[in-house]
Structure formats: structure tokens, C-alpha cells
Write a protein that binds this ligand. Structure first.
Ligand SMILES: Nc1nc2c(ncn2[C@@H]2O[C@H](COP(=O)(O)OP(=O)(O)OP(=O)(O)O)[C@@H](O)[C@H]2O)c(=O)[nH]1
Ligand SMILES: [Mg+2]
Length: 305
């Protein structure tokens, strides 16, 4: 599915996490897997260090131990392969994203301030263009004039139209306008930028719910997804934020941004396992092409490579 360019971007994006993992484990990864307690203790420490989270790390170790105890391994199976296999398994156990592959589609992009929402929208738009889809953007972060300008600038660079109103206008009204425009122009994908918000700001969370209602009413025949953008550099903190977000808003999948700037890439696994949300995309840089569609097998291989 993914070309070599995507592979190298994924590897580059995961380089810090991968380095942290392998550095702590030394040569252990390349030895045949064994039950020796030093190796398992080292592995546990390395996984926690890569921000898998305590629960997920404990689960990985437990499953590895069980397999080693049963010794249903090939004699030469190395710890590296065993670990990649377990990580891939963890990543594919969650529910699949709803409405995947169905067009036309509205994507609401949400998250806390500065997570990487607007930049990620440029990346998603770029993907649509590459796939030959018609895309339209809605500037529903009306909180700051600069936010509208930022999205408009991306639109100009990419050659994609942006539906906007004056700063301070009702975001739901921007989305209403954008939906009419999307229909008239036979758009495949309408991507909605929203203001950064914390889950504990009730009026802002209510605003999100209002936007969703407008989409459900005006585009009942479209598939609707809410994509939560998380900042990978904030590690377990982002996980806690996401958990709080989920308590008040409906979320269908996660885009983990800024993976390139962090050794906390193990967070991907914690998101899938502990939040039970599908990880759909990884952001691995600031340019529109720095987006990787998530693939459990490739991710697991790149992480322990
Ligand atoms: N290295 C790196 N930087 C990123 C990535 N995604 C976003 N950024 C940077 O993160 C910063 C914030 O990105 P924005 O897209 O403005 O974030 P936002 O969530 O829209 O922010 P608000 O609208 O203020 O809530 C910018 O400097 C982006 O260039 C990524 O995948 N990698
Ligand atoms: Mg923004």
C-alpha cells in the first residue's frame, strides 16, 4: 500500500523512539528471545521509556512471557521479531474506524491548543489532491483572525478553497455554509478546522456538539468522522487529555502529530490499546507531505528496526 517515500518518512519520524528503545536494550534485541529476567526487565524499562504507558507495557511483557514459557517459538526467533509481532497484535485488536473508505465525507478536526490541527488539515488536503479527490476546507476556528488566515494560507499554497467568515462568527454557521458549498461543487471531502479547546471548557465542547448536529442535519447522506489530533511530544499527558476529551465528545479516530520530534512514539500503542481508538495517521514533520497513513505492521517493524 505504501510507497518507499512513506516508509522512509515513517522511519525518520520514529527514529528517536526507535533509538531510545534499541539503545536501552543493547544487543538483546538481536539475540534469540529467552525468558531471562534481565532481558525482560530491560525490555520493560525500554518500553516505558518509549511511552507505551504502564498498563500497555505490562501487557506486552505478560504476553511475551507467556509465549516464552510455552516456548512455541522457532529456536532462532529473535526478541526483535517477537516484540514487533506483539506490538502489531496490540495495534490490530481495537475496533476498525467507522465509515472508512466511504465518500463523500466530512472530517471534523479537533484537539487541544497547538496540537497540530491546522497543519494536519493541510496534510490531509494534500493527500486528497494526490488521490484525485475534490477537497474543501472550512475555517471553523473563528476564535482568532490569525487562525482563519493560517488556514487560508494553506489553501492558497495547496490550491484548495477555504470557506470562511469574519473572526468571531459562529463556527456552526461557517460549517453550514461550507456544506452548501461542498454540495454545490460536488466535493468529496470537507475538512473542518476547529479552535483548540480543553475538555473542561463546557461552552467550547457544546460548540463542537453543535457543529456535529449541523453536519448530521445538513449532510445526513455523507459519512462523518471526528478526528482527534494529539501532540506526540506530550506523551502520556496527551493520553490523559484524550481520555478527558472522549468523555464529552464523540471521536472516531486519532491523528498523532509531531512524532518526528519525540522519543514518545510508543504512545501510538497506548492510544490504540488504552483509549481503544483507531490511530489513522501519523504526522512526521511540518510540510504537507509529512503525513503517514497508519499501518500496524509497518509501524511495529519501524519501531523495533
Ligand atoms: N515537527 C512537527 N511539527 C508539527 C507537526 N504538526 C504540526 N506541527 C507544528 O506544530 C505547531 C502547531 O501547529 P498548528 O497546526 O498550528 O496547531 P493547531 O492545533 O492548529 O493550533 P491552534 O489552532 O492554535 O489550537 C506548528 O508550528 C506546526 O508547524 C508534525 O507532525 N511535526
Ligand atoms: Mg489551528
Amino acid at each position: 500500500m505504501a510507497g518507499p517515500g512513506v516508509w522512509s518518512r515513517l522511519r525518520a519520524g520514529l527514529a528517536r523512539t526507535q533509538a531510545r528503545l534499541t539503545e536501552r536494550l543493547g544487543g538483546a534485541l538481536d539475540r534469540p528471545a529467552s525468558l531471562d529476567t534481565d532481558t525482560l526487565a530491560g525490555l520493560e524499562e525500554a518500553l516505558i521509556g518509549a511511552d507505551l504507558g504502564l498498563d500497555t507495557t505490562a501487557l506486552v511483557i505478560e504476553r511475551l512471557e507467556a509465549r516464552l514459557r510455552r516456548s512455541d517459538l522457532g529456536r532462532e526467533e529473535r526478541l526483535r521479531e517477537l516484540l514487533a509481532g506483539e506490538i502489531e497484535r496490540l495495534l490490530t485488536e481495537g475496533p476498525p474506524p467507522p465509515g472508512a473508505g466511504r465518500w463523500p465525507r466530512v472530517t471534523l478536526v479537533v484537539g487541544v491548543n497547538g496540537a497540530g490541527k491546522t497543519t494536519s488539515i493541510a496534510k490531509l488536503a494534500r493527500r486528497d489532491l494526490d488521490a484525485g479527490r475534490r477537497v474543501l476546507l472550512a475555517a471553523a476556528d473563528t476564535f482568532r483572525a490569525a487562525a482563519i488566515e493560517q488556514l487560508a494560507l494553506w489553501g492558497e499554497r495547496l490550491g484548495v478553497d477555504v470557506v470562511r467568515q469574519a473572526a468571531g462568527s459562529d463556527p456552526a454557521s461557517v460549517v453550514f455554509d461550507a456544506l452548501q458549498a461542498a454540495r454545490a461543487r460536488r466535493v468529496d471531502h470537507l475538512i473542518v478546522d476547529t479552535a483548540g479547546r480543553l475538555h473542561n471548557k463546557a461552552h467550547l465542547m457544546a460548540e463542537l456538539a453543535k457543529i456535529r448536529r449541523v453536519v448530521e442535519r445538513e449532510a445526513a447522506d455523507w459519512s462523518l468522522g471526528t478526528l482527534l489530533v494529539l501532540d506526540a511530544t506530550t506523551g502520556q499527558n496527551a493520553l490523559a487529555q484524550a481520555r478527558a476529551f472522549l468523555a464529552t465528545a464523540s471521536v472516531d479516530g486519532v491523528l498523532l502529530a509531531k512524532l518526528d520530534g519525540t522519543a514518545k512514539g510508543g504512545m501510538v500503542i497506548a492510544v490504540a490499546k488504552e483509549l481503544r481508538l483507531p490511530v489513522l495517521y501519523l504526522g512526521v514533520g511540518e510540510r504537507p507531505e509529512d503525513l503517514v497513513e497508519f499501518d500496524a505492521h509497518e509501524f511495529a517493524a519501524a519501531l523495533v528496526a
